[in-house]
Design a protein around this ligand. Sequence first.
Ligand SMILES: Nc1nc2c(ncn2[C@@H]2O[C@H](COP(=O)(O)OP(=O)(O)O)[C@@H](O)[C@H]2O)c(=O)[nH]1
Ligand SMILES: [Mg+2]
Length: 347
Amino acid sequence: MTFPGPEPRAPFQGRIGLWGAPQSGKTTFLAALRVAVDQGESDWWLHGSNDASTDFLTDMTHQLITLRQFPAATLNLPPNLQWVFRGEREVRRRTRFGLTRTEREVTAIMLDLLDAPGGMYRGDSRRSNAAPSGRVQFHDDDGADAGDGRKDLSEEERLIDHLVSCDGLIYLFDPTRERSRRDSYDYFQRTVMQLAQRAAGRSRDRFLPHHLAVCITKFDHPYVYEPAHRLGYADNTTKDEGFPTVPDALAAELFSVLCASDVQNSAVLLDKGIRTSFSPDRTRYFMTSAVGFYLDPKVRRFQPAQPWNVVEETGPEGDTTRILGGVHPINVIEPLVWLATATLPRS
Ligand SMILES: Nc1nc2c(ncn2[C@@H]2O[C@H](COP(=O)(O)OP(=O)(O)O)[C@@H](O)[C@H]2O)c(=O)[nH]1
Ligand SMILES: [Mg+2]
């Protein structure tokens, strides 16, 4: 006689939004995430949740790895893009006898790319029935119906809807853009104000309810790596190839240092804005690079004389960037794994 086993549990599911100013590195981050998963340092994997998302990921990754090009600026993303980050995490369960036991449990995190066309986070909230230029999950092909009965939402409202419904957010901050454009705070504060209007009520404390992973992107870029190295934040001893890393415990401090070097004060406001809007207990900082540092293929070691993995070229079509060598993403999986473990219920 056989007894039925326990019902298999449906995997825990959560939702994470990836956002940041245009050009902050969102699409490249996603392409690199796929590479990082396959380079195999964690138990997680990533796949599309529909054909359009799978195709998008495959194309972007091909471009990054094989063609050594950055993904083209995506002005017209297909609707319904969503990826699944799937793995296992440890949860504590109470047994029938009142004891607690640690179990491994399948976990699936939905990852949305909240890609806004230029101007959106600054409040360019045109009502639009045109095909969406951002990643808009519930947008019909003709764009007339938001899918939840609300017609004629602006693109901005749809993006905010997405952010509100996420458990965790990955915010990409690009210090290299901040040197020239100084508009990260604009993007950030406008979105945060709207998030607060809709989501603050469901928070159990004075902050927004979301967990926030702040990724300081383009760590490989001389503007970012040079001060990190000079001020003693970079450590070359943790990776076999000698790639620099910044311990997570120091990343928040380095972020403040990078922001403070902005003489126009915009990045300083961003730093303060993050700390006043998101709970310090639910915020973590990561020094991230989608393409990683250059690895000398002959000696398979990081070369301090040639850290940067990107070549900037000026041609007849203007300035272009090309990836010099292999792609070795830094802190691309880690923010997601942290959010996957931190945002879902523990037992
Ligand atoms: N040095 C460096 N540059 C990067 C990296 N990721 C992106 N970039 C640069 O930033 C540009 C914008 O990246 P993209 O992913 O398109 O940004 P998005 O607009 O936020 O999706 C790219 O074309 C690259 O020039 C990185 O990891 N390192
Ligand atoms: Mg993009």
